[in-house]
Design a protein around this ligand. Sequence first.
Ligand SMILES: *[C@@H]1O[C@H](CO)[C@@H](O)[C@H](O)[C@H]1NC(C)=O
Ligand SMILES: *[C@@H]1O[C@H](CO)[C@@H](O)[C@H](O)[C@H]1NC(C)=O
Length: 629
Amino acid sequence: MEKILRYAAALWALASCTSAAPNDPIVSVDSLGVQYRGRARESVEEFNSVKFAEAQRFAPPEPYGPPRGSEIDATAPAPAWPQIRDPLPPFFGETPDQSEDCLYLRITRPTGTKPGDKLPVVVHVMGGGVIKGHSQEALYDPTHLVTSSSRIGQPVIHVVLNYRVSIFGFARLPILKDQQSLNVGMRDQRAGFQWVKDHIAAFGGDRDKITAFGLSSGGTFTSLQLMAYGGTRGVPFDRAWCMSGPPGTALNMTSDATELHTRAVARTLGCNPSSDDSEILQCLRDVVMDKLTETAMAYAMQNHPPAGLFTFIPSVDDDFLPGRQSALYKAGRFVKVPIVLGWTHDDGATNAGLVTEFHTEADIKTSIRSFAHALTDDDYATLFALYPPSGFEAEVHNYEARKAAPDPTVSVHYFRASRILRDLLFTCSSLDFASELSKRSDPSSPLPGVRLYDLNQSTVTPLLRTAAGMTWLSGAVHGSDIDYLYNNMFPRETLADVDLALSDRLLAAFLNFAYAADPNGAGAAAPSWPEAFPSIHNGGSFSRAKPAVNVQLIGGPWGTGNCHLSADTSAGEGSFAAEQMDMQHPMVDSTKYGEMGEESLQQGQRELERDRLLERCGFINTLAEKLGH
Ligand SMILES: *[C@@H]1O[C@H](CO)[C@@H](O)[C@H](O)[C@H]1NC(C)=O
Ligand SMILES: *[C@@H]1O[C@H](CO)[C@@H](O)[C@H](O)[C@H]1NC(C)=O
């Protein structure tokens, strides 16, 4: 044993001798016969540009292996995938350095990590509306995350993978389908995960503890990966943490919209629409990168104003994605992994559109139609009854109470649209997928662990109010979760105590999950976070007549704790009265609320009950096909 250690030490010394700077880490990946040189910085070691695949335009990623025996300098930042160069504040910076040769990983590990350390690995699939973001994005710099993980004794390796977006990742033409070349952006992600699985041990990672995570479209991609190939080929990661990214935000998967968009861009570029598709494709392949990027983005902005999000999107291709996502998971065609699905309490507020455009109920339709085009008048009638104006007067009053003189008047219909969109895009799909995962877990195999959260605290909301002039926003808007993990938008020293505490708690839960597939445990000052549907997968008697679900309320004025929502505690038809409900349903079990003051959490529970999630999602989830889910 000692001999081996000495030998290893000698080898290590040798490796260090050949490196450029004495502290630069070198990793030998024996299976590839390649060494990667990284850079030591603060308390992390970083490999910025580890190429995992070769990208030809409109084709799936090809395996890539550097020549055997080479030492790769992985210290330089990898180029971003093609995207608009302008920043998209406050989330994305300028992106000057771009290339179609963009399929790189950025690997960051605690200083001194060695092969054999078997650290859990967290792999970020970045969000950004399928148009923006890349591995060097300042907001997602993993230095603080990795450093904190070491500090609290749960060190992890952080990886972020690049993948193609916009028309480069999701062009659609029948000929591309024949070539099994649709959804190449998602195929890139899978290739990146596979590289991590195959080689991360050399960097000191544990190939069996890979957590995929992402926000928004990044979360949706993560959850959709579970359905790739209908689940028949497994998935190259072991658990998933999806922030405002259930499969359901992938609207329009079955429509021909992406093909129409691809043809429209081709037309604009003068790729003759009367020629056959192979010529159109060749023509699109010949366009220089910048020109294609700009034309596709200009088109996208007009298709889905203002920023052009979600125009080139994943679609059913009878191969990588063999069906609509909800049809796939309802048929059990997915890979079961432990999962956390979360949303923010006001997840729909920034999607609803400009507040000044809401005057009447009809304006809610306009807002929803930019996401869901196929709902009927009857569907809207039911939705409007489920989200009556009376349920949102409190929001109006709160806004009026704090509004400054120049702020716009806000109609109750804005708040209704905001909540409907939150549920349509985020909560209902989370509930549905979570319940399906729980139901399908095999009692004889280890329990998968399915958990839900509702985050009701934010550092981002105040920022959007001041910096973006969206004075009407309150609560926790879309995207509020991720900076609590990364601490870049708001460095730790700038955080208020309540936000610092929440950041610590959320990060601890995340790291516990990376370690043991369970957010509960060491380091987490959090009260216990139960599974979403324990009765189902304990083989207990789950009664369809009385569905119930556990949602972890995280942060906000009532604090963190578990809320048990059941059909019993759901408010009556069309109206509710929180106080009254409390009298009628003293259902709150204080033992569940950990450190939270009992009264405070009871209030949180009542507030969450106001959302009538089971009832509303019961209806919304019947719309799956029309939503293109
Ligand atoms: C979704 O598909 C429909 C039907 O093709 C189309 O009208 C709509 O614009 C699409 N939505 C987006 C955001 O592309
Ligand atoms: C969420 O936070 C807002 C204040 O920002 C509060 O009014 C509301 O009651 C909270 N809801 C829950 C479920 O915590």
